[in-house]
Design a protein. Structure first.
Length: 715
């Protein structure tokens, strides 16, 4: 009944989207240099999808929003370029010309309900970390980009920590790399351990149910990492050297952009890093070292009147050790994690047919993970391990229709994993998810009301041959989607959005069929698991008062047939379905320009969860508050000081422990030289406070005081 109701609601939303017509003038966006910004993307508050710009910088805002409105501009390489404040339109012959206002070093932007390359549902909380922000914060892991975001944290420890959004982890938080899924057979979920953030152009975090374009299983949200894209007609490069203490490491990385003709270009990047055992206030944390290396080659060129991007990325993590509180008697490490990814995306805009924009995204990948565990037993050391490999693929074909009064997107999304092998456990397993989706939006009453909706039909098939469970096949299909309504109650930047969504998540291949060694001990799959379904309510409120942008979010999620990892004996685990879990929470974030050169970011978040028997589920984040102050003292010197306090949890999940409250203070000082190089001193945990790396029962202490010097340059 509920799936049918959501489909009806979404269909009604789309019908409303086509019910009226308004006139949108044509615009042309020019950069600060006065040249058209070809292939840029425009973001507006409350829109599901960004607006595409053609090769001459032309675009239309369909449906046309109520003025005034601020436009956020991403350049053709996906970088945040600046903003345009559109207050009024004076009739002219030809397109209305808009000139970019570049983003200064002191600017802070909270992306509200939209992100440049990650479609999100209307009430979702979307936050972007740009290349400039990545350079300043210089996270060593992808999950480190979540540090200043309420409702987001990591599960696990060391380099293998995986992201968790709103208490929904272990496959319920989707990790994307250049639009394609990052898949792993780790029980904690995908973490992209092999990824060096140096290679990224931006990260986009969407908290809340993901767009129907990415599947129905992103119940918690999406973490989308985008590598640097080539810039046509430009010869440029960058390099970086870094070394640290406390968390001892050394790294070297480079990137070169090479022009190929007038409109084509190639990009080559490479990196290598090495981490030693880190220090805690109580001493050295054994078994916490790691090494990784990788390279990326991307090409960009016009093809069939569109923009074609083709890339190959190879990454390898070697001897990644997993620290734990029982390292003295049990040690786990990953001798090898290897990822090979071939991606292709092609976008054509400005079409005169039924679809104004067409997109094709292809992905082929190969992944391998080796796990080794040593346990001290009365008769000696017992060594066990696993070796898992698989091929991944996806294809997404979509079309965008824009007419006066409505905006509609429809597409096909096919993704899967083939040839999964786990030595001694799975001979061969496959999983295929085929989905059809449609979503649209409409502004009504001059922009005061926004109606939007999306619907998706999925068919997921999993099969296993041989191994511990023999020949097995399962097939599940269902409808999912969302319906949302937004209100701008008065002529200001204030907007309220209410949304209801239904999600669907089929168990992973390892959940069903894998039995063997894991980081925590040994686990046994369950081929009889049922899919999870969710009913999710979201409410968001966003506003801008003077120099302050504020966003508040509330959510109430019910997940039925929850797939739970549970402990059957000490360090022995299995999977089962629970009746349901209820997760609810509140989040607040605000960005303020205090004065010229000064900015302040504040966050707060609180979540709670309850299983059907009244117990607490795993992975619910503790209540957190935080603030970050940044000051650009000159055009060359800047510094940032930030801190957060994590409150004590009064309860723990079945495989967790109570975590005392703690505070963490960090500081970064940067110097930008006129000759193109820069230096940053990164200080973390300034007070050298001892705290746990996560709530896991075997969690080690987190790193204590650490310092890193990062020197980089551009040419």
């Amino acid at each position: 009944m509920l799936p049918r109701l959501l489909v009806i609601l979404a269909s009604c939303s789309l019908a409303l989207a086509a019910a009226a017509a308004e006139t949108s003038p044509e615009f042309q966006i020019l950069g600060a240099d006065g040249r058209p910004m070809a292939n840029a993307r425009i973001m507006l508050l409350g829109r599901i999808e960004p607006v595409s710009v053609d090769g001459d910088g032309h675009f239309r805002l369909i449906p046309f929003p109520e003025l005034p409105v601020e436009l956020l501009i991403m350049d053709g390489a996906g970088r945040l370029a600046g903003t345009v404040l559109l207050e009024a339109i004076v009739p002219v012959d030809g397109p209305v010309v808009l000139t970019l206002n570049p983003v200064g070093l002191e600017a802070v932007t909270v992306v509200l309900g939209s992100s440049p390359s990650t479609a999100s549902s209307p009430a979702a909380a979307a936050t972007m970390m740009t290349r400039e922000e990545l350079d300043r914060a210089r996270p060593s892991r992808l999950v480190d980009t979540l540090a200043a975001v309420p409702g987001a944290e990591n599960s696990g420890s060391g380099q293998t920590a995986a992201p968790t959004i709103r208490g929904l982890s272990r496959g319920r938080t989707l990790v994307l790399l250049d639009g394609a899924r990052v898949t792993t057979e780790r029980r904690a979920g995908a973490s992209a351990t092999f990824l060096d953030p140096f290679s990224l152009e931006s990260t986009e975090l969407v908290r809340g149910p993901g767009s129907v374009a990415y599947g129905s299983d992103a119940l918690g949200g999406i973490l989308h990492a985008r590598t640097v894209r080539p810039v046509p007609g430009e010869f440029a490069g960058r390099w970086e050297l870094a070394a640290g203490g406390g968390v001892p490491y050394g790294s070297a990385a480079f990137g070169v952009n090479l022009p190929a003709g007038e409109q084509g270009s190639f990009l080559v990047q490479g990196h290598q890093r090495s981490f030693d055992d880190y220090e805690t206030p109580d001493g050295t944390e054994e078994n916490s070292s790691a090494r990784d290396r990788g390279f990326l080659v991307r090409g960009r060129m016009p093809w069939l009147s569109g923009d074609l991007n083709l890339g190959f990325q190879f990454d390898e993590a070697i001897d990644v050790e997993r620290p734990a509180s029982n390292t003295g008697t049990s040690r786990t490490d990953y001798p090898l994690e290897r990822s090979e990814r071939l991606t292709l995306d092609w976008t054509r805009t400005g079409l005169s047919g039924w679809f104004k924009e067409q997109t094709v995204q292809l992905f082929l990948g190969r992944y391998r993970l080796e796990t080794e565990r040593e346990d001290d037993e009365p008769g000696g050391v017992e060594i066990s391990g696993s070796d898992v490999s698989a091929s991944d693929y996806s294809i997404r074909v979509a079309g965008m229709r824009e007419r006066e009064g409505y905006r509609l997107q429809a597409g096909l999304d096919l993704n899967g994993r083939a040839g999964l092998e786990a030595v001694g456990s799975i001979d061969s397993a496959q999983r295929t998810d085929a989905g059809l989706y449609m979503e649209g939006e409409r502004f009504l009453d001059g922009g005061r009301w926004t109606v939007s909706g999306g619907a998706r039909l999925d068919q997921v098939r999993s099969s296993n041959s041989g191994g511990n469970f023999g020949d097995r096949t399962s097939s599940n299909g269902t409808a999912s989607g969302f319906a949302a309504i937004g209100l701008r109650p008065w002529e200001s930047a204030t907007r309220f959005t209410f949304q209801v969504a239904r999600g669907f998540r089929d168990p992973s291949l390892s959940d069903r069929y894998f039995s063997g060694t894991t980081a925590r001990g040994r686990i046994t799959g369950n081929p009889d698991l049922s899919p999870e379904t969710s009913l999710q309510f979201d409410l968001s409120a966003t506003t801008r008062v003077g120099r302050t942008t504020v966003a508040a979010y509330g959510y109430h999620y019910t997940v039925s047939d929850l797939i739970e990892r549970f402990e059957t004996a000490e360090d022995e685990f299995g999977f089962r379905n629970r009746d349901e879990v209820v997760i609810r929470g509140l989040e607040l974030e605000a960005d303020t320009v205090l004065a010229e050169g000064w900015t302040l970011r504040t966050i707060a978040g609180r979540s709670e969860g309850e299983l059907e028997d009244g117990s607490r589920p795993n992975d619910i984040p503790a209540a957190t508050v935080g603030a970050t102050v940044q000051h650009s003292a000159s055009d060359r010197l800047w510094y940032r000081f930030g801190g957060r306090y994590v409150f004590r949890d009064e309860d723990a999940g079945s495989t967790e422990q109570l975590v005392p409250g703690y505070a963490v203070l960090d500081m970064v000082v940067g110097w930008e030289a006129k000759t193109g190089w820069s230096a940053r001193l990164v200080l973390k945990n300034l007070a050298d406070r001892n705290h746990l790396a996560s709530a896991d029962r075997r969690a080690p202490s987190a790193p204590g005081l650490s310092a890193a010097l990062v020197v980089s340059g551009r040419f």
